[in-house]
Design a protein around this ligand. Structure first.
Ligand SMILES: C[S@@+](CC[C@H](N)C(=O)[O-])C[C@H]1O[C@@H](n2cnc3c(N)ncnc32)[C@H](O)[C@@H]1O
Length: 249
């Protein structure tokens, strides 16, 4: 029986109010080594997933882009180059440790002038209606307690014709791949987390939270329910990751 006062944190059932604190704990813990661990765990493939996201975004010079749950700013960096001096990119994240690492990295890369930073919760985005041409949320939605609320909040602040891109872990399309991936996720990931970052728990949460996230079709339906049109998804790496796209009518 489902209970509205509880939700999942990985495979654990926790009080709704507790989930955000537990997620915050994970990202405070991983922030400093986040970029390095991303490259190690994905063998660098996360760069290709992100490149495809940029290609599909249709972002042009002068656009306004929100990169919510933007963390260490990989997408924001690329968007800042695309929108140019007349455009604006807002890198937003709920977690100040991730935001700090992201801001320092982007300043070092020379991204200044058209980039702003905001500490914000994807469920309650503090921007006026119809503000952005494009919103991305990469590997962020599965950490959000109320995903429908977050999708509605993103819909509200997109301009009509604006695009939402959700890049997230999803469900492998092949049974054999799923078995190999399960072994990798539940055995190797926490071990790598322990050896490299001395933090097996955060990487166990990563594996568990991926399994609890809605699959491709479910997320597509959720986006349609939130008011997005032309919703579709693109599987990558055999469905280990999917990019969902929707347009605000
Ligand atoms: C796995 S990281 C992804 C970072 C970056 N987008 C990337 O692709 O490398 C997930 C990010 O989601 C953020 N996050 C979690 N819950 C959030 C929420 N409710 N609102 C905004 N950001 C959130 C975390 O703080 C973290 O920085």
């Amino acid at each position: 029986m489902s209970d509205k006062r509880t939700t999942h944190f990985g495979f654990e059932q926790v009080a709704v109010e507790e989930k955000a604190q537990r997620v915050a704990g994970v990202f405070h813990s991983v922030a400093a080594k986040y970029d390095m661990m991303n490259d190690v765990m994905s063998g660098g493939i996360h760069r290709l997933w992100k490149r495809f996201t940029i290609e599909l975004s249709g972002v042009r010079a002068g656009d306004k882009v929100l990169d919510i749950a933007g963390g260490t700013g990989d997408l924001s960096h690329k968007f800042a180059r695309l929108v140019g001096p007349e455009g604006l990119v807002v890198l937003a994240d709920i977690n100040e440790s991730m935001l700090r690492v992201g801001r320092d990295k982007l300043i070092d890369l020379g991204d200044v002038g058209n980039l702003q930073y905001a500490q914000a919760d994807a469920q309650y985005l503090p921007f006026p209606d119809n503000t952005f041409d494009c919103i991305t949320i990469a590997f962020g939605l599965r950490n959000v307690t109320d995903k429908d609320l977050a999708l509605a909040s993103m819909h509200r602040i997109l301009k009509p014709g604006g695009r939402l891109l959700v890049l997230e872990f999803s469900k492998p399309t092949n049974g054999l791949l799923e078995k190999v991936y399960d072994t990798y996720s539940f055995r190797l990931l926490p071990l790598m987390g322990k050896l490299i970052a001395n933090d097996s728990e955060s990487y166990r949460y990563l594996a568990e939270s991926i399994r609890m996230h809605p699959d491709q079709e479910t997320l597509k339906d959720m986006m349609s329910q939130a008011g997005f049109a032309e919703t579709r998804y693109y599987n990558m790496t055999g469905g280990i990751v999917a990019l969902h796209k929707g347009v605000k009518p």
